[in-house]
Design a protein around this ligand. Structure first.
Ligand SMILES: [Zn+2]
Length: 408
């Protein structure tokens, strides 16, 4: 019975359906699945029999037409289906998977960097500080900020709620703010003031005096780790000086040392300090008051050079080799007093003013480091010092952008 219901027996063309489907009612009741197949088969056999018994040409034609329509629909759908199958894999999945493959190592490499792909070329690059709003709670420590493209000193100061001076002092940029560079690391103090690296022999009183604060201001800053003003200091220790100011302090410079080089009408392009020793900048480039002090005596025009403190008679040296173009002895000379100008033959020239004496003649070819005179107080001065200018293409430049300073 089961074999008779199998598809093989139905395809042999003999079409021998069960005599009476209802005769197997008990079996049908016993097995629903089997009865369903049998029922379908019985209906199909009856349909075939009926079809061929009612056979007419019109009926055949109509049925052939239906078959053709179905075939056409199938044909069209078969053409369309491959397109659909082809386009489905194209959408984002493959490329998204590719991105994920690239991003994963970065995420695992810098778990705290948010998976930024920008720094992938340098695994040691310090992360940019990503926030622009600073939490209200006070910062106790020093932050190292890496300068980004478009940053300005005042913008950075604003972002951290600090004064421009604090940011410049911490970075030594008060010497030459134009030296701010992308990628440069700036020290951001937790509070307005300065920092100081303790040196052998430093006392808290000395440091406090230098930055115009009280010793208690320094020992009272928790992070400095000092119990009181008598706590010992360790050389190399970095102290935060809240409220400290760095007023024209420049203690260590690389003055020209050793024998002068060979005289040359063309300079090296590198400048050496024109006076030797431990010196102090009395007035900076471009200040608009005498001494650069806020509220001080206004200058008739912005300061065109720097004023370097020196004892009367201190040798003044050529900052670079070149040809003496001016060696003016006597006269006020617009406030310069006795002064020398050296043309370095490379677009640069330097000027040395207020000299007490001059030891070169106009037209002399001098060497870098060669003595050209002595410091004095001639012309318009408030005391003995060297007024030093650097010009390039006749435009005054900030000398401190050209002179080496080892520390401040
Ligand atoms: Zn000056």
């Amino acid at each position: 019975m089961l074999e008779m219901l199998s598809p093989a027996s139905s395809e042999d063309g003999t079409v021998s359906p069960p005599a009476d489907p209802r005769g197997d009612a008990e079996v049908v009741a016993a097995d629903d699945e089997l009865s369903f197949e049998r029922d379908v088969w019985a209906r199909f056999a009856a349909f075939v029999r009926g079809y061929f018994s009612d056979f007419t040409p019109v009926r055949l034609a109509s049925h052939v037409a239906v078959v053709l329509v179905v075939a056409l629909v199938l044909f069209l759908s078969q053409v369309n289906m491959p397109r659909w199958e082809l386009t489905r894999p194209e959408p984002p999945q493959p490329s998204a998977a590719g991105l994920e493959d690239e991003a994963l190592p970065l995420i695992s490499f810098w778990p705290n960097r948010g998976g930024s792909r920008l720094g992938s070329s340098d695994s040691l690059m310090r992360a940019a500080v990503p926030f622009t709003t600073i939490p209200d709670r006070p910062r106790l420590g020093i932050i190292i900020y890496t300068v980004q493209a478009g940053d300005t000193l005042s913008g950075i100061a604003d972002r951290y709620g600090l004064t421009l001076d604090t940011v410049m002092w911490a970075g030594g940029l008060e010497l030459c703010p134009q030296l701010l560079r992308v990628g440069q690391e700036l020290m951001i103090l937790p509070v307005d003031g300065v920092h100081h690296t303790v040196e052998e022999g430093d006392t808290l009183d000395d440091i406090a005096w230098k930055y115009k604060v009280q010793a208690e201001d320094i020992s009272g800053w928790e992070l400095n780790g000092l119990e009181d003003v008598n706590s010992p200091l360790t050389p190399g220790q970095v102290l935060i000086i809240p409220g400290g100011v760095k007023e024209n302090i420049l203690t260590k410079i690389l003055a020209y040392a050793g024998e002068p080089s060979e005289p040359s009408s063309v300079g090296t392009g590198r400048f050496a300090w024109p006076v030797s020793g431990s010196i102090q900048i009395l007035d900076w480039f471009n200040t608009t008051t005498i001494g650069g002090r806020p509220g001080g005596t206004p200058r008739p025009w912005p300061h065109k050079g720097i004023d370097i403190g020196a004892w009367l008679g201190t040798p003044v040296l050529a900052a670079d080799s070149g040809t003496v173009s001016v060696a003016q002895v006597g006269g006020y000379n617009g406030g310069y007093g006795n002064y020398v100008v050296i043309n370095h033959g490379n677009g640069f020239s330097t000027l040395y003013a207020h000299l007490s004496s001059i030891s070169v003649q106009p037209g002399a070819v001098v060497a870098q480091g060669q003595r050209i005179g002595a410091a004095g107080a001639t012309g318009m001065t408030t005391g003995v010092h060297l007024h030093f200018e650097i010009r390039y293409d006749r435009v005054h430049r900030n000398p401190l952008c050209f002179l080496s300073v080892t520390s401040q």
